[in-house]
Ligand binder design. Structure first.
Ligand SMILES: [Zn+2]
Ligand SMILES: [Zn+2]
Length: 369
């Protein structure tokens, strides 16, 4: 079928709106009519990354309606509303077997190669292959995706809001609920109030934490953090974060700290601001050239846990469906995360807004089809 898509032709260049061909879904694949797609910072990073295969169709936060299924697909049917996850999983590898489906390896090769799970592409133009992105490619009117990228949604779930569930919302919520396992009445610090951090605040709030401390350098983001459930804020450009966390917790430090900042100094502060027996979760991606420095003295004595979390340790089918229900129950804020609704043709303007360093990158531009 022919469809309209935003095509990445060259690294760093604006996307171009073109007509492209989408082949039918394979036996384990689903054809989805995309209704909405968030524009994430990771799309921007990939547009600037020379390792992104081109030409390709970016976009990895989407929701839509199933319009076709492959012969083996059992989990969804035509007419179902779905949110999309960019980490499909196999269900049988050593990681899936242990319930760690977010660590399943089947998605990673295809993710970097720009294909679907079978190593091939469904996208083309005049006989030339176009690459997929994150096994989804949601900057297009339709997408062919793996069955296990599809999360069935309740009929009453609006798809514009649902388009946000599969990436930053799931990752942040999961970092608090799955990785840190925040408990009711606990104290939680969140470093880095961006697309992931703001949702870690929501996760901590939903988990019943009584003290939620937002740590960032932007006063505007700290103010927003309060609207999402932070009870305290620390501007780490002005205050010593470790000392401030201890001051707020009777000298002990927080029970749970989540670093969503991607900054190793924040990671070090998060660890040092975590109390004995507590858990520090690193969910932001650090610069691979950096090292995370932690004081070695007394390491064994404090009994703390340091945990890396990929994709918020989510089980997409379970957690994205839970998030949709939390939204419908009025417990998860999504409307506020939608900064603007745009047409596909305006996608480059959404990318331009990422360059404006004064912008508050907590929310999203959402493409509505
Ligand atoms: Zn994303
Ligand atoms: Zn697996």
């Amino acid at each position: 079928m022919r469809m309209k898509a935003a095509v990445m032709r060259e690294v760093g260049k604006p996307l171009t709106i073109e007509q492209v061909e989408l082949a039918s879904p394979g036996p384990n694949e689903v054809l989805v009519k995309i209704e909405a797609s968030g524009v994430c910072h990771s799309d921007m990073n990939s547009l600037m990354d020379t390792s992104t295969p081109t030409p390709s169709i970016l976009g990895h936060e989407g929701a839509g309606i199933v319009v076709g299924i492959g012969s083996n697909v059992r989990h969804v049917k035509a007419g179902d509303k779905v949110a999309l996850s960019w980490v499909p999983f196999c269900g049988v590898c050593p990681f899936c077997e242990q319930g760690q489906v977010h660590l399943c390896e089947i998605a990673f090769g295809p993710m970097f190669d720009g294909t679907l799970l079978d190593g091939t592409s469904r996208l083309s133009q005049a006989g030339q292959k176009l690459y997929h992105y994150s096994l989804l490619s949601t900057f297009a009117e339709f997408a062919v995706v793996a069955e296990r990228s599809c999360v069935k949604l309740p009929d009453e779930m609006p798809l514009i809001q649902a388009s946000l569930l599969g990436c930053g919302v799931a990752t942040g919520y999961g970092a608090a609920v799955n990785a840190a396992k925040v408990t009711p009445g606990s104290s939680v610090a969140i470093f880095g109030i961006g697309g992931v951090g703001i949702n870690a605040i929501q996760g901590a709030r939903i988990a019943g934490a009584s003290q939620i401390i937002a740590c960032d350098v932007k006063p505007k983001n700290l103010e927003l953090a309060r609207a999402y459930g932070a009870t305290h804020t620390i501007n780490v450009a002005e205050q010593n974060a470790v000392q401030a966390l201890k001051d707020l917790t009777g000298g002990y430090g927080v029970q749970f700290a989540i670093d969503a900042s991607g900054n190793t100094n924040a990671g070090s502060s998060a660890w040092q601001g975590t109390r004995k027996g507590g858990t520090t979760v690193v969910v932001g991606a650090y610069d691979p050239k950096k090292e995370l420095s932690l004081p070695a003295g007394g390491f064994h004595r404090v009994g703390k846990t340091l945990k890396g979390s990929f994709y918020g340790d989510v089980h997409p089918l379970r957690d994205i469906a839970t998030l949709a229900q939390l939204y419908l129950d009025g417990k998860l804020m999504l409307d506020e995360l939608i900064l603007e609704k745009i047409q596909l043709e305006d996608i480059n303007k959404a990318f331009d807004s990422f360059h404006d360093c004064n912008c508050v990158n907590v929310g999203r531009s959402v493409i509505v089809f």
